[in-house]
Design a protein around this ligand. Sequence first.
Ligand SMILES: [Cu+2]
Length: 216
Amino acid sequence: MRWLLDPASVQGVTMRGDWYVFLIAAACVGLFVYGCIFWCIFAYRRSRNPQPAQFSGNKPLEVLYVVIPLLIVIGLFIVTMIAEIPVDRVAADPANKVGVIAFRWSWRFDYPGGITTIGTPFAPPTLYLPLREATEIDLTSADVTHSFWVPAFLFKRDAIPGMQNLFAITPTRVGTFRGRCAQFCGLDHALMTFQVKVVPDPAYERFIASRGVEVP
Ligand SMILES: [Cu+2]
């Protein structure tokens, strides 16, 4: 089902697995419910049942339709928790670390070695990331709550003033991806976009070593 979701990050692939479990569970519940509805429409149609059976209460059935949905919800909860453990994992000593500060209405990226990029609503900044390296992102906000969202990575995390959200992103494909603020944050929220450019590791190393002069 690659055509359905093709995330460009290791973390996204894990979340896709979780999403498939939800999709299959929802499809099974949907099939069962629609099956019951159509079966009732057919089996108890008026020509065969002019007078419907009259009864009330069915203890085993009532217990069953409380217990089964509970088990499904508990199962989905556990599957999601298991998926989130590797996604939330950050290394004690990350190889690459980028600070991201969201502000009304753009982004600031701080790389190692003092390289800083500050965007504006009309000149959205570019975030460079090395391919297949886990980059630790240290996310916060300078004013109100924003949200860092890169749809291609299947990844979104809130940028909250006074709080630091740490997470790692490991891109798996070279390319340019769209990023945007996913939390309505005021007038120019819609212009609060950025680009993510995933480049091979040597190009990223040159970018850092040249203090941002050799843009990949
Ligand atoms: Cu925002």
